[in-house]
Design a protein around this ligand. Structure first.
Ligand SMILES: Cc1cc2nc3c(=O)[nH]c(=O)nc-3n(C[C@H](O)[C@H](O)[C@H](O)COP(=O)(O)OP(=O)(O)OC[C@H]3O[C@@H](n4cnc5c(N)ncnc54)[C@H](O)[C@@H]3O)c2cc1C
Length: 348
């Protein structure tokens, strides 16, 4: 059985690794001139690590990444809103996105990878299975589900980068008026960071003007980063199906979500392993993946409503009071709500 994967991002490469593992012949077609990944950090959550384990690349991920636990949530002045106990926490592997992409790339033989190939339609692809992993603006999705609405601006813009450090910090999230920030420390002292603010799309904003007064070391992280990436945040309204004929949508092409749970790429890894586990039964893939990704998509939206979107003084006080009142053990349970996912059992 032959599969063609359209898109060589984290989702597409993970699909190729997973399908090959159950015996599919695979080709990956990528429109860019090289297989590469930009971006800053990614937190490989326990659910995603299980998927990588199944793919046979988790040891490499552990070697390149750094196991971290979360320190908790802070207010923009640095006060702790949720301070998490280390005991009972599952570890997140903090790593650079390019490293995760590289691990998947090295797990594939170069002769199945084709760059400079822009797929313009499904018809041109001669395969038993087509995996549309062509990202949030998926051309294949638009062809297969022409009535489904495209990505919608989620009302916030984000900046990301990797600061040189060295720093010794826990993973933290910071919530302030109309904004949030996060730090994901790598093992070598560098720190992946992001800041996001409620703003109109393409607004001409300077992150230092917005976050320069937030607690240390956030302003310093922004200032010391040579290459800051800016992304307006879009989400894909929930689709009625991830499958059409022999085509399966995967990753952001199927369920691009806001980044507030840090689960977007993790979902693409889960998709990939699930697709391999159903061995061509796409109805089952759809049945397994749509409810799961819908729950995480909605969870991320809720996290945004309770986080970045709170702007009024009263709203901030109520939210911060609510967070401070939550016992650490309850917060831990809430955090692990989406990370307990297990790889579906294989047909053989
Ligand atoms: C600000 C921000 C922060 C984020 N933080 C996190 C995080 O901390 N943790 C996390 O898990 N996720 C995070 N995400 C989400 C994560 O980035 C995505 O969910 C993930 O990268 C999606 O991977 P993908 O392979 O589906 O799509 P993409 O990475 O978009 O890959 C699609 C690929 O398809 C190629 N392509 C497109 N069209 C064609 C075509 N017609 N023919 C051939 N090739 C084509 C593209 O060139 C690209 O290489 C974040 C996202 C944002 C915006």
């Amino acid at each position: 059985m032959k599969a063609i994967v359209v898109g060589g991002g984290i989702g597409g490469l993970a699909a190729a690794v997973s399908l090959r593992r159950v015996g599919w012949e695979v080709q990956v077609l990528e429109r860019a001139a090289a297989f590469a990944e930009i971006g800053a950090g990614v937190g490989v959550m326990p659910n995603a690590l299980r998927a990588l384990e199944w793919m046979g690349v988790a040891d490499e991920v552990r070697r390149l990444g750094t196991p971290r636990v979360s320190g908790g949530v802070r207010a923009s002045d640095g006060r702790w809103l949720v301070h998490l106990p280390e005991a009972g926490q599952e570890r997140v592997i903090a790593m650079h996105r390019a490293d995760l992409h590289g691990v998947l790339l090295r797990a594939l033989p170069p002769e199945i990878l084709f760059n400079n190939v822009e797929v313009t339609g499904v018809e041109e692809l001669d395969a038993d299975l087509v995996v549309a992993a062509d990202g949030i603006n998926s051309r294949l999705r638009a062809e297969l589900l022409p009535d489904a609405p495209g990505p919608v601006y989620a009302g916030a813009t984000a900046w990301r980068g990797v600061a040189p450090g060295p720093y010794d910090l826990p993973i933290t999230q910071t919530l302030g008026p109309g904004g949030e920030a996060g730090v994901l420390p790598l093992g070598d002292g560098r720190v992946c960071w992001y800041v996001a603010a409620v703003a109109p799309a393409q607004a001409g904003l300077d992150p230092l003007e917005l976050f320069g007064g937030w607690h240390d070391p956030l302003p310093h992280l922004i200032r010391s980063t040579s290459q800051v990436l800016r992304h307006d945040i879009y989400e894909l309204p929930l689709l009625p199906t991830f499958v059409r004929g022999r085509v399966a949508l995967l990753g952001d092409a199927a369920h691009a979500m806001t980044p507030y749970l840090g689960q977007g790429a993790c979902m693409a890894l889960e998709d990939a392993v699930t697709l391999a586990s159903v061995d061509g039964d796409l109805a089952r893939y759809d049945a397994l993946r749509r409810p799961r990704t819908r729950a995480v998509w909605r969870g991320s939206r809720r996290a945004g409503r309770f986080g970045i979107e709170v702007r009024s003084r009263l709203g901030l006080e109520v939210r911060n009071f609510a967070l401070r009142s939550v016992p650490g053990s309850v917060a831990l349970r809430g955090m692990s709500r989406f990370t307990t996912w297990q790889v579906p059992s294989m047909p053989r």
